[in-house]
Design a protein around this ligand. Structure first.
Ligand SMILES: NC(=O)C1=CN([C@@H]2O[C@H](COP(=O)(O)OP(=O)(O)OC[C@H]3O[C@@H](n4cnc5c(N)ncnc54)[C@H](OP(=O)(O)O)[C@@H]3O)[C@@H](O)[C@H]2O)C=CC1
Ligand SMILES: N[C@@H](CC=O)C(=O)O
Ligand code: NA
Length: 424
């Protein structure tokens, strides 16, 4: 049986999982692909931290040991971040090595140019693990929705923030305590800023939009809000109304355009996304023909993510056996047109502080009336002479919301704390 040699870049949470899975599932991989897999070399930064594997695999700190090794046919990039991962992948592709990566930062930012480089060199470039860790979502969209018109992809695509929100809500942990635990468990990025600010989820929505709608978005094309400013008060108020706040990514076809956003969002308690807890993710794909479908699984963690990496490695291996490498992982392409703001309509959760004096509520009601918006639910609590008013509106479009924000900004007595979309 043919042997395929693999070079691994990175031996952290995911890299260790990949090494373990290749070794533990040797027979099945051989059976499925018609070829055996061997990890020949692993690139690390701190070899002294990996003494446990030093007897069984060659560790190196020199990238050229891997990208210039003529025997290696697959390079698996699991170091993360843009640089030097980008340069390492480029060299590997130029040297005709097939590449598998879990790096959403890189694919969301430089995907098209890396895809072209792979294609020009007749190599595969696959990245199933870059979105929603262990959920096989990219291959599902590209293969199983190939003919249906996808109208919306939305979901929880960051494990760290979902873990933090769950632990804060269910166990009363502080934000810091929950984040520290998510880091210990290997869910968070090396620098968790991207997780908590929503950037990691935004990268994943960029990739999901490529697969679902063929669009090539950049981070500046849509609004991204993380959970780093989410207040415990708002979480509590939302729960009083029968909602849970989740960090949700939405990519939805509206008219001829696509609306994309990542933000804390109110999810009704009986909505499937409300039940997704801890590091688990869920992606809801709606197709014109199929209707709603839901894909659920661990969004972070070593072995679950390694499983997605292995699905790519075995696909590349099958292509090597059949000599069919060099096809696009996803080849749907369409020009991105932003959705018209007046057609992006959602109810909103508005959290407002204002002096607890006569006439204030009238002012707020007047602003809502002026912008032609209306209340669906409203509560008021008082503390220290201030009224904290929480409103759930009826559907408002983005222009109305902006007008509301402008009007509130112009009124020195009314302070808008949060404006979150509400899912139905
Ligand atoms: N963790 C998760 O749950 C998920 C992660 N991902 C993605 O997978 C990738 C890897 O993540 P993860 O395993 O968590 O990351 P880790 O931080 O756990 O591991 C990174 C590994 O890369 C090595 N490394 C980092 N920089 C360099 C460098 N310049 N040269 C050589 N080696 C380097 C480190 O070496 P050393 O150990 O010697 O320091 C380490 O072994 C990232 O792109 C991440 O976004 C995707 C889905 C889920
Ligand atoms: N840090 C990411 C890891 C997977 O992509 C997350 O928490 O989801
Ligand atoms: Na995936």
């Amino acid at each position: 049986m043919k042997k395929i040699e693999v070079g691994l870049l990175g031996l952290g949470t995911v890299g260790s999982g990949v090494l373990q899975m290749i070794r533990n599932n040797e027979d099945k991989v051989a059976n499925v692909t018609g070829s055996t897999l061997e990890v020949k070399k692993v690139l690390v930064k701190h070899p002294e931290r990996h003494q446990d594997v030093q007897q069984t695999v060659k560790l190196t700190t020199e990238i050229n040991d891997i990208v210039n090794d003529p025997d290696l046919q697959i390079v698996v990039e699991l170091i993360g971040g843009i640089h030097p991962a980008k340069e390492y992948i480029e060299t590997a592709l130029r040297n005709h090595k097939n590449v598998v990566t879990a790096n959403k930062d890189l694919i969301a930012t430089y995907g098209p140019e890396l895809v072209k480089l792979a294609h020009d060199n007749h190599c595969d470039l696959m990245y199933e693990a870059s979105v929603a860790g262990g959920i096989p979502i990219l291959r599902t969209i590209t293969n199983s929705f190939s003919a249906d018109k996808i109208t919306e992809v939305k979901g929880i695509v960051n494990g760290t923030t979902n873990y933090i929100l769950t632990q804060m809500g269910q166990r009363g942990w502080s934000y810091e305590q929950a984040l520290t635990e998510a880091q210990k468990l290997g869910f968070a990025e090396a620098d968790p800023t991207n997780d908590v600010t929503g950037k990691d989820a935004a990268y994943k929505m960029i990739i999901l939009s490529q697969f679902a709608f063929g669009t090539q978005l950049g981070l500046n094309d849509f609004a991204v809000t993380g959970i780093d400013n989410l207040s415990a008060f708002d979480v509590h108020q939302a729960s009083q109304f029968g909602y849970v706040i989740k960090l949700v990514g939405i990519a939805r076809v509206i008219e001829d355009g696509v609306f994309v956003e990542v933000a804390p969002t109110l999810v009704p308690n009986d909505h499937p996304l409300a039940t997704i807890n801890n590091e688990y993710n869920a992606v809801m794909v709606t197709g014109q023909a199929v209707g709603d479908t839901l894909f659920y699984g661990p969004g972070a963690g070593g072995l679950p993510t390694a499983n997605s990496v292995l699905s790519d490695i075995t696909s590349v291996t099958k292509n090597l056996v059949l000599k069919t490498n060099g096809n696009f992982f996803n080849n749907y392409q369409r020009r991105y047109i932003p959705a018209p703001a007046d057609e992006v309509i959602y109810p909103y959760f508005l959290s407002i502080t204002m002096p607890d004096v006569p006439g204030q509520m009238l002012k707020l009601t007047q602003i809502m009336t002026d912008i032609d918006a209306s209340f669906s639910q409203i509560t008021q609590t008082e503390a220290d002479g201030m009224a904290h008013v929480v409103i759930i509106t009826h559907g408002m479009n983005e222009n109305q919301l902006q007008e509301f924000k402008n009007r509130v900004k112009d009124d020195s007595t009314i302070k808008l704390g949060a404006a979150y979309k509400v899912l139905k």
